[in-house]
Design a protein around this ligand. Structure first.
Ligand SMILES: NC(=O)c1ccc[n+]([C@@H]2O[C@H](COP(=O)([O-])OP(=O)(O)OC[C@H]3O[C@@H](n4cnc5c(N)ncnc54)[C@H](OP(=O)(O)O)[C@@H]3O)[C@@H](O)[C@H]2O)c1
Length: 270
């Protein structure tokens, strides 16, 4: 796996999200997540994103990564209002992850960001967290995000970006590049819909010479062709898909004509 810069941190181009997929409770389900983590480590998908909003996700990440912590990077979020609630929730993330260091701490959906920012800055000063970031899944939040980015206190943003959701290309990505802010991409497969909602089978023939074997890989490669992106975090509940997704991180950058082909093929098949 190649690496990219997420601000000052070296990250793999393909990481993993855990919304829904790691919100599990039974032993059997947790065992499958252990397999997923084993695949992540062996395939170089070592950047994991979670949030207290994702139910059991942080705890399941903590349980399934035991003994592997130093080979992984953890990103999570604070998602509540109020200073004391924020501090308690942040402390809980360290406990659930079973770690004393979290690589990227983000403010989920910008919720009460003015309150949480000083708390996170203090933790960064103490060396307990690496980078401070913000996330939002709605493009209507971009004006506020831009204001925070310009404020100079955050190092990462997490935003949706995929072949159908390209709003971030207008202002967010150029500004991130200008300010050296790292970009984490959520919903790279459109919450799976860009793969599951197809009415026609995409024609992969023109992509095979480039090393692309599946439509999901085409969609991920399309995003990674944008050099302003640091890391994609597709979520999956299936261990074999880690290998499939990780392979995209080892491909050369997609040429423009193939990027355009994937856009047209998406329109034809959806
Ligand atoms: N506000 C926020 O901060 C925010 C909001 C949304 C998401 N996020 C983060 O971003 C992450 C990614 O977004 P997302 O989970 O919403 O959407 P996504 O990654 O675009 O899509 C996830 C879906 O894609 C499917 N999938 C994964 N790899 C595949 C493959 N190779 N072939 C076919 N299907 C595949 C998975 O199904 P299977 O389980 O069947 O593989 C899963 O249902 C989240 O998990 C979360 O960590 C953050």
């Amino acid at each position: 796996m190649q690496t990219r810069k997420l601000s000052t941190l070296d990250v793999p181009p393909i990481g993993m999200g855990t919304w829904k997929t790691f919100d599990v409770r039974t032993e059997v389900e947790i065992d499958v997540r252990r397999e997923i983590i084993t695949a992540c480590v062996s395939e170089g998908v070592y950047f994991l994103d979670s949030s207290p909003m994702y139910g059991e996700s942080e705890s399941v990440v903590g349980i399934t990564t035991e003994g592997k912590r130093e080979r992984l990077q953890f990103a999570t979020k604070v998602w509540c209002t109020g200073e004391s609630q924020g501090k308690a929730e942040i402390a809980q993330s360290f406990e659930r992850f079973k770690t004393d260091y979290i690589d990227v701490f983000q403010i989920h959906n910008l919720l009460d960001w003015k309150t949480h920012l000083p708390t996170l800055e203090e933790l960064k000063e103490e060396g307990r967290i690496g980078l401070i970031g913000i996330t939002h899944y709605q493009t209507q939040a971009y004006p506020e995000m831009i204001q925070i980015m310009r404020g100079g206190r955050i190092s990462t943003i997490q935003i949706p970006y995929n072949v159908l959701e390209r709003t971030c290309e207008e202002e967010i990505l150029p500004l991130a590049e200008e300010l050296g802010i790292g970009v984490i991409v959520m919903q790279p497969l459109g919450v799976g819909r860009l793969v599951t909602d197809l009415r026609r089978e995409p024609d992969l023939k023109p992509l095979r010479a480039h090393g692309i074997e599946t439509w999901a890989q085409a969609l991920l490669a399309w995003i990674l062709a944008d050099a302003r992106v640091s890391v994609l975090i597709p979520a999956t509940s299936k261990p074999e898909r880690i290998r499939e997704n990780a392979a995209v991180g080892r491909l050369p950058v997609l040429p423009n004509e193939l990027r355009t082909y994937i856009e047209k093929e998406t329109q034809r098949c959806l």
